[in-house]
Each structure stands twice: as C-alpha cells, then as structure tokens.
Design a protein around this ligand. Structure first.
Ligand code: AMP
Length: 114
C-alpha cells in the first residue's frame, strides 16, 4: 500500500492533533487552520480518498461520519446551526486526499460558498 495519508498518520499518533472524538471507525480533530470558531474534521480510519470514490459497501461508514459530526455539533453547543462540507477533487477545493467532513460553526456562515 502507498504511504499513509495525513489522517492515517494522525490516527496512528505519528502526527499530533487535537482529537475531539475517536471510535472504532472514525476520528475527529480540530482543523489546524480554522475557518470558523468551531472547525472540526471528521474522517474515517479506513482510507477512502474522497466521497466520489466511496463504494456502496461504505454506506454505513458514510452514515456514521454524518451522525458523528452531528453528535459533535451537539457537544460543541452549535444549537444555532452549523455546516458540514465535503470537498471533492481540485474544483471542490480538496487538499487532503483522505475523505473528511468539515464541521463548521460558531458564527453566521455565508452562502453561497466561494
Ligand atoms: P480539504 O481542503 O477539504 O482537503 O481539507 C483539508 C483540511 O485539513 C484543511 O482545512 C486544513 O486546514 C486541514 N489540515 C491540514 N493539515 C492538518 C493537520 N496537520 N491537522 C489538522 N488539520 C489539518
């Protein structure tokens, strides 16, 4: 298998991160360059490069990522609202090729996104 992704290295504690949630299937960390007062990345421990490359067999895992993000939003007291974002590919703004859900909140977010 090719070299570990950034998030695999974080999950293996080879690179430090502020971990806000971890379970058997996923991990959530604070984004190193936060774009909102709360900016957390939720990613699967299994390597999936991007949502566009997920398979039907990944459906439970994808659901688990969304539900974990919603639970973390509750823990972070984002009752006024929050946004989940998945960037896919160059035009989507993806920079880390390991699927992750951005959880953003703590301020009024604009629409449309850039
Ligand atoms: P994306 O651009 O959607 O692929 O998101 C990648 C995110 O990972 C960006 O928001 C980065 O700020 C964040 N990031 C990059 N390196 C780290 C790191 N070492 N720890 C935490 N977040 C990171």
């Amino acid at each position: 298998m090719s070299e570990k992704t950034l998030f695999e290295k974080i999950a293996a504690r080879e690179i430090p991160a502020t971990i806000v949630h971890e379970d058997e299937h996923c991990m959530a960390i604070k984004d190193i360059s936060p774009q909102a007062p709360v900016h957390i990345l939720v990613f699967p421990k299994k390597r999936i490069s991007r949502v566009g490359q997920a398979s039907e067999a990944d459906a439970p895992l994808l659901g688990h990522l969304l539900l974990s993000a919603a639970n973390i939003a509750r823990e972070q007291k984002l009752g006024d609202g929050f946004r989940l974002v998945i960037n896919n590919g160059p035009h989507g703004g993806e920079t880390v090729p390991h699927l992750h859900v951005h959880l953003l909140g703590g301020r009024q977010l604009g629409w449309p996104p850039g």
